[in-house]
Design a protein around this ligand. Structure first.
Ligand SMILES: [Zn+2]
Length: 453
């Protein structure tokens, strides 16, 4: 790709408390090759002729947003479960109905549309926590990774990067009950066979990478946790795990193993700087210390956690203990990382009745560089020389953002304010439109195909 130049009206540069005005960003071969503030302390490197051929980006340009926790097919449930009563467990029954209907073709169509919605929301990389591995009765497809391949292809069509967090899911309960009904298609039998299947995935394209996931302490027996963790470690890939989303998971773990889920994971070598615990909504103080001291990341999914009546995770205490925080839209009740980011701060306010737990720069880092790191893309999420050229430009002239200072974007903007998205140097969204996917039409059609309308 030839050299392109962008002139951002404002850009949020790494480790800056607030955005910088008038920043020239040069991109070549999908990488950022220069970042030059034109005013206020920066040394202008650009001549007049350089500025003349730069494309202006009005508004605030951010690094790419990373959605560190996704189940693409849950997008089909939006608006179908929110109106009723119940809890996480009754929601899960509805989710299993959709899971039972998907095949590689319908999964591709649904994921492509969901990932394209993410692109419109400024998400340049997604971590797909993927456990729909086999046919509905548990029989593998001719290609046992056909469903994962559909996700990799979907991300390519949508123009975003993907970390396929291939998930080991073996049992239905902490005490080892077998998978039944819709769960049968999640299982590989044991962790060794999971590892054998995952080892055969070759993304064959640099937009996608493979990582590992342990569904939860419910779904992987204690004696097999180390097999999954060892596979991730040997392959140098991220490892994700759902953790303490529900008090019932903690209670069951204590009853069977005599310890919390976090303690169990720690004792079997699952925690560490390449591991991300998803949710961690109900940790003990000792759990927070184990997570923080091991530098285990925590992915918060506030818009899903509130939708499923999970509770509020102790985000400030997690950060103070040493865990980097990232964000995920998880069940896709909404896909809007601005909303998830500000919820991290606003939920703490509700809990403590005090304001100011996280700065706007903290929220920006959670939505960008921390999420990319959690997904194994250490060279993305910053507007910095050498990083992947992901540029996400947010309007500051919409009804929501007009009059808002750029530093206030994470408290005012929504996904609908994302105007321009560049992923690895390629424009994917221009003037609020996805360049290759008719997102509303494809979402409608893909969801109608797998639901009762
Ligand atoms: Zn999840």
């Amino acid at each position: 790709m030839p050299l392109t130049r962008w002139l951002a009206e404002y850009a949020w540069l790494p480790d800056h408390a607030e955005p910088t005005p008038e920043v020239l960003i040069e991109v070549e071969d999908g990488r950022i090759t220069a970042v030059a503030p034109l005013v206020g302390g920066g040394t202008p490197t650009a001549g007049v002729e350089v500025l003349r051929d730069a494309t202006r980006l009005p508004g605030l340009t951010l690094p790419g947003l990373a959605n560190a926790h996704s189940h693409a097919f849950h997008r089909a449930l939006r608006g179908r479960t929110q109106g009723g009563r119940g809890d996480f467990w009754s929601w899960r029954d509805v989710m299993y109905d959709v899971a039972a209907r998907l095949d590689p073709d319908s999964y591709l169509a649904l994921a492509r549309a969901a990932y394209a919605e993410m692109a419109l929301a400024g998400i340049t990389c997604v971590g797909e926590f993927h456990y729909l591995h086999h046919g509905p009765d548990g029989t593998p497809y001719a290609d046992p990774n056909a469903m994962g391949a559909a996700l990799i292809e979907a991300a390519a069509h949508a123009g975003i990067r993907l970390t396929l967090l291939d998930t080991c899911y073996l049992t239905a309960t902490v005490d080892g009950a077998p998978l039944v009904g819709a769960q049968r298609r999640f299982g590989d039998g044991d962790a060794l066979r999971w590892a054998e299947r995952v080892s055969a995935i070759a993304p064959g394209n640099d937009h996608a990478r493979v990582g590992a996931a342990i569904h939860s302490v419910r779904a992987v027996p204690a004696e097999q946790l180390a097999t999954v963790a060892g596979w991730a470690d040997r392959n140098g890939v991220p490892l994700h795990v759902h953790l303490s989303e529900q008090p019932a998971e903690n209670d069951a773990c204590r009853a069977v193993h005599g310890c919390t889920p976090t303690r169990l994971l720690a004792d079997h070598g699952v925690l560490g700087p390449h591991t991300t615990a998803v949710h961690a909504t109900h940790p003990t103080s000792a759990d927070l210390a184990l997570l923080g001291e091991s530098r285990t990341g925590i992915c918060l999914c506030p818009t899903t956690e509130r939708d499923l009546a999970d509770g509020i995770g102790p985000a400030r205490r997690m950060a103070e203990a040493g865990s980097p925080l990232s964000l995920g839209s998880d069940s896709h009740a909404v896909i809007d990382l601005f909303e998830d980011a500000r919820a991290v701060e606003l939920d703490e306010r509700l809990r403590t009745r005090r304001r100011g737990h996280f700065t706007p720069a903290d929220l920006c880092a959670a939505a960008t560089v921390a999420g990319h790191a959690a997904l194994g893309w250490g060279d993305a999420g910053r507007l910095a020389v050498g990083d992947r050229a992901d540029l996400v430009t947010v309007r500051l002239d919409s009804a929501r953002t007009a009059g808002v200072p750029p530093v206030g974007a994470f408290h005012a903007a929504t996904a609908a304010d994302v105007r321009h998205v560049v992923v690895d140097g390629r424009t994917v969204v221009a003037d609020g439109r996805h360049l290759t996917v008719d997102v509303p039409t494809e979402l409608r059609d893909a969801i109608e195909a797998v639901t009762n309308r």
